[in-house]
Write a protein that binds this ligand. Structure first.
Ligand code: GLN
Length: 489
């Protein structure tokens, strides 16, 4: 049952071939079996799941089924869930139980989903391998004996979906945290347009970049998930009044039948070193798109290689401000000190992990009066230029494609320096700086049998077309990412 996509499962529920309770039990059994080993959940909520499922079965019985009724999902543990602990994978929030529900998780309740639990992630979503989690890193189910990363920061979300421990999951993407982990696990994910999905009730990392979005096994499932999450929210001042995205899971082709589509390739990325496999698969997919009638054009985003440097100034700057609230006074961890200042110090030293502390130090430094102009303002200018260049590029093409990463998933025990980790975000951060939608979709399997992904990038609020093109790529690549196939069981 766990090999069903959302679309297939919904059809079987509608025809009463299976019940939501049976489906949920299948997932709970699988979590019981593999949850510890994969470490993809921080908290599992079996009782909640079964009561959600029972309510769902009732709605199917009386003909009031909701759009995603009975779909067992994992919620990244960054979304506040009423009465269910929400940790952001940090010791600071280890015992934090919110008294409110984030807008995104509320929307999934309203869509009829079943909550299986809270997915593991990098601490406060800062990282690329999910290794900065206070609860230990999740494991990639692909070749799991090799203990590869499921990517980060939404690594618990991707590990759970790829392994069949959730039918789909939520993620957040500040600099690549939906796309990179999706690519590492053979899944589809989209970082939607900034402002399409509400950030309200989502633990903040870098507010001008943080973007909630879905992760699923197919492009159509991803569209169904996004349809549930998207929408304007008065509680989030950056939520757009244009925030609309609806899909019934059927994506219209944008290629074939003489359809015209101009697809851009970013010139500056041509000189970036990537694996032979990535190169080959990317070129194969481009050739496929061409044969379907796409016109391929080269576009230039002159400052795109500076996006990393700008991101690693802006994101820590915002993080240092956002994380100032964890002072031991209001909620979260508190370590008593000799006086107020000492309590702050002891609480923050004990509550935050190394990477989070590093970001706050960098952030505080770049915002200091001596550095503000040369670092922060300069980064803000680079950000503006990148956004403008994307706008000009989209005068020459309708969508852009590029790799999601240089290579396949690496072992969790890889010994990389912080800078080497940061460099892995090269292909993803620019889209966050520009606020534009970008999806990662599998483009094939490398020689070592591991999946690789490529991105489809669009204009602001062109999320639908991004997914429409992603579906063509998915079909052309046609990798088998069924959980039982990946896990061999
Ligand atoms: N890897 C990036 C970072 O560490 C992106 C993280 C994210 O998107 N949340 O900041």
């Amino acid at each position: 049952m766990i090999d069903l996509t959302i679309k297939q499962a919904l059809a079987k529920l509608k025809s009463r071939e299976i019940s939501a309770t049976e489906l949920t039990r299948a997932y709970l059994d699988r979590i019981e079996k593999y949850g510890k080993e994969l470490n993809c959940y921080i908290t599992i909520t079996p009782e909640r799941a079964l009561s959600d499922a029972a309510a769902s079965d009732e709605r199917y019985a009386n003909g009031t089924a909701l759009p995603l009724d009975g779909m067992p999902i994992a919620m990244k543990d960054l979304f506040a869930t009423h009465g269910i602990r929400t940790t952001a994978a940090s010791k600071m929030l280890e015992n934090f139980v919110p008294e409110y529900e984030s807008t995104v998780s509320q929307k999934f309740i309203d869509a009829g989903t079943v909550l299986l639990g809270k997915a593991n992630l990098d601490e406060f979503a800062m990282g690329t391998f999910s290794k900065t989690s206070y609860f230990g890193a999740p494991v990639n189910p692909w070749q799991k004996e090799k203990r590869l990363t499921a990517g980060g920061s939404s690594g618990g979300s991707t590990s759970s979906v790829a392994a069949g421990l959730a039918i789909a999951a939520t993620g957040t993407d500040t600099g690549g945290s939906i796309r990179f982990p999706s690519a590492m696990t053979g899944l589809v994910g989209i970082k939607p347009t900034y402002g399409l999905c509400s950030r309200w009730g989502c633990v903040a990392f870098a507010s001008s970049l943080d973007t909630p979005g879905p992760i699923a096994r197919t492009v159509e499932d991803t569209a169904l998930m996004l349809s549930a999450m998207a929408g304007h929210d008065d509680k989030d001042s950056t939520s757009s009044p244009n925030a609309h995205f609806t899909s019934d899971g059927n994506l219209q082709p944008v290629l074939g039948d003489g359809k015209k589509l101009r697809i851009g390739i970013i010139k500056e990325f041509n000189n970036v070193e990537i694996s032979e496999d990535m190169k080959t698969l990317f070129n194969k997919r481009i050739a496929d798109l061409k044969s379907m009638g796409a016109e391929i054009v080269e576009v230039s985003i002159p400052n795109i290689l500076d996006a990393l440097a700008a991101y690693y100034i802006i994101a820590p700057a915002e993080a240092s401000s956002n994380l100032a609230r964890y002072d031991g006074m209001r909620y979260g961890l508190r370590v008593e000190g000799e006086d107020l200042i000492d309590t702050y110090k002891k609480t923050r030293a004990a509550g935050f992990g190394e990477e989070v502390q590093r970001r706050m130090i960098i952030g505080t430094a770049v915002l200091s009066s001596e550095s503000y102009e040369v670092y922060y303002m300069q980064a803000a200018r680079v950000r503006r230029m990148i956004a403008d260049s994307f706008n000009s590029a989209f005068e020459q093409c309708d969508l852009i494609v590029c790799p999601s990463s240089a290579g396949t998933a690496m072992p969790l025990d890889s010994d990389l320096t912080p800078l080497e980790y940061y460099a892995l975000d090269l292909f993803t951060v620019a889209m966050n700086l520009a606020g534009i939608p970008a999806s990662s979709v599998p483009c094939g399997l490398a020689q070592n049998g591991l999946p690789l992904g490529m991105q489809v990038v669009g204009r602001r609020f062109d999320d639908m077309r991004v997914l429409q093109l992603a579906k063509h790529i998915e079909t052309a690549a046609s990798i088998d990412n069924r959980p039982t196939k990946i896990m061999g069981c």
